[in-house]
Unconditional design. Structure first.
Length: 149
């Protein structure tokens, strides 16, 4: 785990986890977020073993509200051998919207941008469940107040 406090704003803390460990061992460090309150916490997760979104959920439960992600899960990590890339923006936005969080992201337009990237970079492999399965028919984000009921 890496902690970084932005000395200019003193408002952001970034915690980076390489999701190479089992989920249980990745959740424990999220409890440390309380140690830096009241600074807002953000997360940056890789999806090497498909635990990235599970770790986002754990970080949400610990109070984080800002997350890095990349379109199609593009990218990787030179410090993590075999890392497959970052969590997928499309999947993250869908999960958060389905949970009632307002992301401000238009999922249909985001998926259209993904196709533009594919056309421009046809040999680059993109990842993501939403790209494979699509959005559920008649999907509508659930307002957080309703999600809590």
């Amino acid at each position: 785990m890496i902690y970084h406090v932005d000395r200019n704003t003193k408002q952001a803390l970034r915690c980076a986890f390489v999701c190479a460990a089992m989920l249980g061992s990745a959740i424990v460090p999220h409890r440390a977020f309380a140690d830096v309150a009241p600074l807002p916490v953000s997360g940056h997760f890789h999806d090497t073993r498909r635990l990235g979104l599970a770790n986002v959920l754990a970080a949400l439960n610990a109070g984080a509200r800002t997350f890095d992600a990349s379109l199609g899960g593009l990218g990787g990590c030179p410090y993590a051998p075999g890392a497959t890339g970052n969590i997928v923006t499309e999947d993250l936005a869908f999960m958060l919207e389905a949970m009632g969080f307002e992301t401000g992201i238009d999922l249909d337009r985001l998926i259209a941008v993904r196709e533009l990237v594919h056309q421009a970079l046809p040999n680059v492999i993109q990842h993501g469940a939403i790209a494979k399965a699509g959005l559920p028919k008649n999907f509508r984000p659930v307002p957080l107040a309703q999600a809590a009921e």
